[in-house]
Each structure stands twice: as C-alpha cells, then as structure tokens.
Write a protein that binds this ligand. Sequence first.
Ligand code: DGL
Length: 251
Amino acid sequence: MIGLFDSGVGGLSVLREVRALLPQADLVYLADQARSPYGTKTLLEVRDAAEGASAHLLERGATAVVVACNTASAAALRNLRDAHRGVTFVGMEPAVKPAAAATRSGVVGVLATPTTFQAEVFDDLVGRFAAGIRVLAHPCPDWADLVERDGDDVDSGVIARHVRPVIDAGADTLVLACTHYPFIASQIAAAAGPGVTLIDPAPAVARQVARVADGSGAGTTTFLTTGDPARFATQITHLLGIETAVSRITI
Ligand code: DGL
C-alpha cells in the first residue's frame, strides 16, 4: 500500500497523478486538516505533524509514503528518512530546475508557503540549479486556506495580489511549489497573463512514485482526515469529481 499525506486537500493534486500511473495500487490518503495549514507553522511544528502522519500510514501497512506537501517535504523529509530506514519516502520540492531550463526572461517566480522558504532545501535548490537566473521567492500565506475553504472557486483578486508583483518583476515562469496551487492554476494563469509558463511538479513526482513504489494491489483508495470527514468528502467531490467515504482518525 502507498500512503500519501498533506495538511489538507492539496495532496489530492498528487494523488490523481499517482492514480493515473498506478491504477492497481492501493492508496491511502491522509489529510491532516486538524493541523491545517502547515505553511505558516514553524519548521519544528511541521516536522512533528509529518512524523505523526507518516507513523500513522506506516502502522496501516504503507510500504512507501508520499509526502504530498511541499511544506512538510521541506521541513521533514530528511528527518523522516532518517527515522524510518527501509521505508521509501517520496517528497515534493520546488521545481526550480525545470523552471530555470524553461525561462526565456531569466526570471522565475516561485509561489509557496512561508515555511517552505524557511527550510534550507530551497536555498540549496537555487544554488544548485539556478545559476545566472533570478529566482523570486514569493510566499503566499493565505492561498492554502483559500483552497481549503473555496476549492477552486477562489476570488481572483486574491490570486492577482500575489501573482502580479512577480510578473511585474519580469518572471515568465511560475513554479507552483505548494500542492494546493494546481487547483487554482487557471486563476493563477489568468492573473499572470499570456506567455507565462506554470510548472506543476505533481506529474514528475507521480512518475518517481511509479519508479520506486509497489504499484500492485486492488486499486482501492482510502481517504482519512484528522478533521471533519463530511467536509473532506465534499471537498474531494468538488476537486476530484468522485463520491467517497472518509474516515476520521486522530494522530
Ligand atoms: N499543500 C501544502 C504544501 O504543498 C501545505 C499548505 C499548507 O498547509 O499551508 O506546501
């Protein structure tokens, strides 16, 4: 079984890509909505939450865990791998490398939570892959909550407020470095205007999951939340178009 977790609905953007590549895999998706959002918490708080979510998935029999959250990956991936040797962890990282290859203006915008930018991982990526490129790290502290609340029906003004400064500074490529953001990609693209490339790392992460995890099983998907199961079920229907049961768990 492959476990996936996020603070909320964001990781569903990764789940749908994994499901498309691994139709037989048994997937368990855990939304830690009692602690959502992760992106404005300290690195230590996010590390604790990520450990709790991972431990729960491993107890249920996961042989691989997808940290379907940039914030938790940035804060905790290294610690999770150290703490659970022998378990395969696949995480998210801001797609700085493909963005650096794609930009023509030489300016790239990275949209993520504040905590993702606090972790060392981000500066490492820029140092390794973006020589000669201007990388604008733009925190969007309110977007994950917006997607949790409104799904993809978010107010376009709130989107433009974060997108416009980055575009006005010359970016022609935007990295969606939070798994909630693919659900508002069309609003981000509209605010950015023509000629701007959006990069969503979810398909590449799903390919990595397909390479390293066991994709055999009966093709089941189990949804869990630490929050309100009825609300999460409604969110899943809205964002993925499927009707499903959700169980509440405590961590
Ligand atoms: N979806 C998450 C991410 O990729 C976390 C958003 C949040 O909880 O703040 O960063």
